[in-house]
Design a protein around this ligand. Structure first.
Ligand SMILES: Nc1ncnc2c1ncn2[C@@H]1O[C@H](COP(=O)(O)OP(=O)(O)O)[C@@H](O)[C@H]1O
Ligand SMILES: [Mg+2]
Length: 528
């Protein structure tokens, strides 16, 4: 949901069918309204209609993600027995600037320090490559295709591996093709069946729908390994125990439209890398939904029936790779030398105010596929301060109706009157896939007497002049989509106080249960 407004079709049409909470706009981005923030927020989020404290609060997607990251932080801290702060967070490779910045804001609200945002399939590739000792020389790299089919999307990424490094060559996704789409197809099938079989309308009842989704997911998993299986949902609604049966063949019939979409992103990634299936040395499957036999068959067909490899940990490959990336950035760990080079997913352009000489100043600075991190110096002839903006060049290819705007900079100061003053503006896409204006300067050319020792023969010639180019930095005022520091701080404080309240409720409840347990064991004490 990060970066989208509630009215974005990506949310209102595509995501909404998987979300039971009431979505609305909170400060321009999608969020939810909940009735109470006192204790057990996540419970109250799930049952957002219940109004037990008479208070209502709205949370933006950034705040919701911060809550989720806070939960992960606590879980990790308990496991590791130390407080957690420095993290590397993996995102889908199709995340755009505003979403990456929003995630960094969310991490900061959760009192985390995000060292790096890494693309999920790049993390997988890193985890794969870092342990390989037999990688070829860079002139003759080994091409591996990683295909991640998870809960909500499918991403295919081509990576070139050579000694101690990897280069992402291309990446393509279907953002709406994953396990949850299979679950929903099954839910619709059984809801229809139960209408006539039990005279109930499951989809009219959120709790019954939720229970049917859970049972369908279970059934789906069983059908990955078996030809047929039973479905049963006890007391689904109106005290009815619902049951049915499905074969794998029937499942494949129900999800035929989804299966027909599996190959497109893979073909697209191959084409973008300029490769054919024969160039691919190994096809590595990850993600829970890559276990579905019909999906494997569609993938395998592209590669002429070549064996697909499932040697990576399908559920944890992303987390493992991100952990390596984090260890590489940490001074505490020594990690084998291995570098990764990612790419820009979408072309980024800059545009600045027109002048007579430059009536339509617009330039694609980072084309799709541009290696990251990357710094580009833009040159423009100017005498006065001016504004410059960065935006995605092809808004129609971005996720949903997301705003393509990235950044603005006002370049201040003016060069001393000269014949041909030119400004240079430093634009950077960093290793997080985030664009910024890093500074600006103008160049002054000074002519100086050359003081170098010269050959005796040349002494008679006129004294040499040497051109010296001097960089004069000018002030730059920038604007990005990240939250303003004061808003970020308020959200951080609110999150910390809600976390403390949650902890209090939880601790009290634990004590309450302990007392109950004790009471029960007193009663049950039938020993001698
Ligand atoms: N054996 C299986 N057969 C079919 N689907 C599975 C199987 N195991 C897990 N899944 C599905 O995989 C999805 C989770 O995959 P995962 O890669 O963990 O998702 P994500 O990384 O997108 O959160 C869920 O939709 C789950 O139902
Ligand atoms: Mg996954």
């Amino acid at each position: 949901m990060l970066g989208h407004s509630a009215s974005d079709p990506e949310i209102s049409e595509l995501e909404k069918k998987f979300i039971t909470a009431n979505l609305l706009d909170v400060n321009g981005t999608v969020g939810v309204k909940v009735s109470s923030i006192l204790g057990y927020r996540l419970t109250s989020l799930m049952y957002s209609q219940v109004n037990y404290a008479g208070e209502s609060h709205q949370f933006s997607a950034i705040q919701l993600v911060a809550m989720f990251l806070g939960k992960l932080r606590d879980t990790a801290a308990i496991e590791l027995k130390i407080p957690v702060s420095d993290v590397v967070i993996a995102v889908p490779s199709w995340y755009i600037d505003v979403q990456r910045r929003a995630l960094i804001d969310a991490a900061q609200i959760a009192a985390l320090n995000p060292l790096r945002i890494i693309n999920e399939t790049t993390a997988i590739a890193l985890g794969y490559g870092i342990t390989k000792t037999d990688l070829p020389d860079p002139e003759n790299p080994r091409y591996v295709m990683f295909i991640d089919v998870g809960h909500s999307n499918l991403t295919a990424t081509v990576v070139a591996f050579s000694k101690n490094q990897l280069h992402v060559k291309s990446s393509a996704s279907d953002r709406h093709l994953g396990g949850r789409d299979i679950d929903i197809a099954l839910v619709r099938h059984f809801a229809e069946e139960f209408k006539t079989k039990y005279k109930i309308d499951v989809l009219s009842n959120p709790k019954a729908t939720f229970r049917l989704i859970a049972s369908c997911e279970k059934l789906k998993k069983v059908l990955s390994a078996n030809a047929e299986s039973n479905l049963s949902v006890e007391s689904i609604m109106n005290d009815i125990d619902a049951s049915s049966r499905l074969t794998r063949e029937q499942l494949e019939g129900l999800i035929a439209p989804l299966l027909d979409r599996v190959q497109a992103p893979i073909q697209k990634a191959l084409a973008a890398a300029g490769l054919t299936p024969e160039h691919i040395d190994s096809i590595e499957l990850v993600g829970g939904t890559s276990r579905v036999p019909a999906i494997k068959a569609r993938i395998s067909a592209i590669f002429g029936g070549k064996t697909l490899s499932a040697t990576l940990n399908q559920d944890e490959a992303v987390a493992r790779g991100a952990t390596f990336a984090c260890a590489m950035l940490s001074p505490v760990f020594k990690v084998r030398e291995f570098t990764y080079h990612d790419i820009a997913a979408y072309p980024v352009k800059v545009q600045w105010e027109p002048t007579e000489e430059e009536p339509d100043p617009e330039l694609v600075v980072f084309p799709a596929g541009n290696t990251t991190p990357s710094t580009k110096i833009l040159t423009t002839a100017r005498t006065a301060p001016f504004d410059i903006e960065a935006a995605y060049a092809e808004p129609e290819n971005l996720p949903g109706a997301i705003n393509p705007w990235i950044a603005r900079a006002t370049i201040k100061g003016s060069p001393a009157a000269g014949d041909n003053p030119t400004y240079k503006v430093k634009t950077r896409m960093n290793a997080n896939g985030i664009v910024s204006f890093e500074g600006a300067y103008y160049e002054e050319i000074e002519e100086k007497e050359d003081t170098m020792e010269v050959d005796a023969k040349e002494v008679e010639a006129a004294p040499k002049k040497k051109k010296v180019v001097k960089k004069r930095e000018v002030p730059v005022v920038t604007g990005y989509t990240s939250l303003e520091p004061s808003i970020l701080n308020n959200m951080k404080e609110l999150e910390a106080s809600m976390h403390a309240a949650d902890k209090l409720v939880k601790d009290t409840e634990v004590r309450f249960f302990i007392r109950l347990d004790k009471h029960e064991s007193d009663n049950n004490d039938t020993g001698p």
